[in-house]
Design a protein around this ligand. Structure first.
Ligand code: HEM
Ligand SMILES: [Ca+2]
Length: 494
């Protein structure tokens, strides 16, 4: 599997679209194109050899499977469940005749009081989902560009979202959107794929990093420990993009660069870092003969196992329910080890899982962040829109309030998993200087950017009936949707 420098490959799309009149297979054999292609692309063939006897995971996920050393490695293209569907078969998003994602968001996702807190799932269910997502996928975008600026009208990195003129929140008719970095599979010109910058394995890479360089930068190199501040917080990241609204606030350094997005995420990162150091200290005491490397790697192995266990034993049953756990043979054995490892299965993240399915968690996002104090009665609430990229809740009083943040997550409830998204992420995402964005609208546009095929194509792939009529009572109707939802979809897509 080969990953190419994304910013360069971008120019392949416009070249093909510029009316050569050739189809992809012809282009692949066209000497002129191939010459341009080879001058642009950076084919990173995997050249390392795997040491079959090395007992720990590599930092970048390579060599997990010695027969396919690049499977699940960081900086490789994402896989697909079903083939990509672009307008031109190569890289142009399928948006012809499709409604504006913000219009869909207004009609389908707007929480006008129907959305409610989940009766059982704690806020930590949401927070763990986000943490877990940041263990297995980060899809880079091309650059930081203001695509609504006229100067970027023809920028191929841009794919702005059209905002309806009568929008109840946004006054501008343009919402910024930058396309994901392109890549292709195989060392030949091909259709557009997207990259995963992280190890696809649940291996704690949000804590340790997804390259050796990142990992080394986060290690203390003493006693097997991870670096932390004197007050047991994450080390500072001087290059971070957080808000720093208060004098002593700093951005945090972690294995995943999104650590500062919301306090619930930073809090969970701190939890893992502290747990690593707690275990490392204990292992070092009982194993005097172990050096720093041994203590670090053994601890890392235990932490990854803990993350996997929590995810499969507690989180996943909460998400899909006990019946689906059993149906898909996902229940863990109550004792001993299972060995369901399949060496022929590529564990790379599937594009539609990252760009669509696992974003279900955005519906669980609560409208606030909070502290809950020792008495389990006194709260201090902060509106979510004030907390995006804001590390103050974590760093206030040198981190003394982190336990109260984690207590809140373990006690209060997440929002229901449904079609409603709180206004804090639907209207006010990343609010700064009066400008903000809409997360579920971005999710829809991201699906189009990545060439995800239609809902019907996925229904077919999942063994569900395909739909050709709106009437839920008719044959080939949207029978597994409520009529209230079908009606909205019908208005939008008919
Ligand atoms: C306050 C909480 C959260 C915020 C502010 C947030 C925000 C975001 C943003 C801004 C993106 C990038 C969207 C894009 O440009 O395409 C994103 C992606 C994503 N989010 Fe969330 N999110 C939150 C919670 C969650 C939760 C609870 C889950 C899952 C249970 C989740 C799963 C994902 C996934 C899988 C992606 C795609 C990542 C990638 O491929 O790079 N997020 N989120
Ligand atoms: Ca990982």
């Amino acid at each position: 599997m080969i990953y190419r420098s994304p910013s360069k490959i971008l120019y392949f799309g416009p070249y093909v679209n510029s009316g050569t009149g050739l189809c992809l297979s012809e282009l692949q054999n066209d000497p002129e194109l191939l010459e341009i292609w080879t001058s642009l692309v950076d084919c990173r063939n995997f050249t390392d050899t795997c040491d079959e006897n090395y007992p720990y995971r590599s930092a970048d996920g390579s060599c997990n499977n010695v027969d396919y050393p690049e499977w699940g490695k960081s900086f490789t293209p994402q896989e697909r469940f079903i083939p990509a569907h672009y307008e031109d078969g190569i890289d142009y998003p399928r948006d012809y005749d499709l409604p504006s994602p913000r219009l869909i968001s207004n009609k389908l996702f707007n929480d006008t009081g129907e959305g409610s807190y989940d009766k059982r799932k704690t806020a930590e269910m949401m927070a763990w989902g986000q943490l877990l997502a940041h263990d297995f996928v980060l899809t880079p975008t091309i650059a930081k560009v203001d695509c609504c600026d006229q100067a970027n009208e023809d920028n191929p990195a841009c794919f702005t979202i059209e905002v309806p003129e009568d929008d109840a929140h946004f006054t501008s008719t343009c919402m910024n959107f930058v396309r994901s970095s392109p890549a292709t599979v195989g060392c030949v010109p091909g259709h557009r794929e997207q990259v995963n910058e992280l190890t696809a394995y649940i291996d704690g890479s949000m804590l340790y990093g997804s390259t050796k360089k990142e990992m080394d930068g986060l290690r203390e190199f003493s006693g097997g420990r991870m670096r932390c501040t004197d007050t047991n917080l994450l080390p500072a990241n001087p290059a971070g993009m957080c808000l720093k609204l208060n004098h002593n606030d700093v951005c945090q350094a972690a294995g995943d660069s999104r650590v500062d997005v919301v306090p619930n995420l930073g809090g969970n990162h701190i939890l893992l870092m502290r747990e690593h150091n707690r275990i490392a200290d204990e292992l070092a005491v009982i194993n005097h003969h172990w050096d720093d490397e041994r203590v670090f790697q053994e601890t890392r192995k235990i932490i990854a196992a803990m993350i996997q266990h929590i995810s499969y034993n507690e989180y996943l049953p909460g998400v899909i329910g006990p019946d689906a756990m059993t149906y898909y043979d996902l229940d863990l054995s109550p004792w001993g080890h299972d060995d369901p490892y399949d060496p022929d299965f590529n564990p790379s993240i599937r594009n539609a899982f990252a760009a669509a399915a696992f974003r279900f968690g955005h519906s669980q996002v609560m409208p606030e962040q909070a502290y809950l104090f020792h008495d389990y009665v006194s709260f201090e609430h902060y509106p979510l829109e004030k907390e995006f990229m804001n590390t103050h809740m974590i760093q206030k009083q040198e981190g003394k309030k982190v336990p109260a943040l984690m207590r809140w997550l373990s006690y209060d409830k997440a929002m229901d998993t449904d079609r409603f998204f709180v206004k804090e992420i639907r209207d006010l995402l990343f609010l700064k200087n009066g400008k903000s964005s809409d997360l579920p609208a971005i999710n829809i546009q991201r699906g189009r950017d990545h060439g995800l095929p239609s809902y019907n194509a996925f229904r077919e792939h999942c063994g569900l009936s395909t739909v050709s009529q709106w009437n839920p009572n008719a044959n080939e109707g949207l029978e597994d949707h409520r009529w209230s939802v079908t009606r909205i979809l019908k208005d939008l897509y008919q």
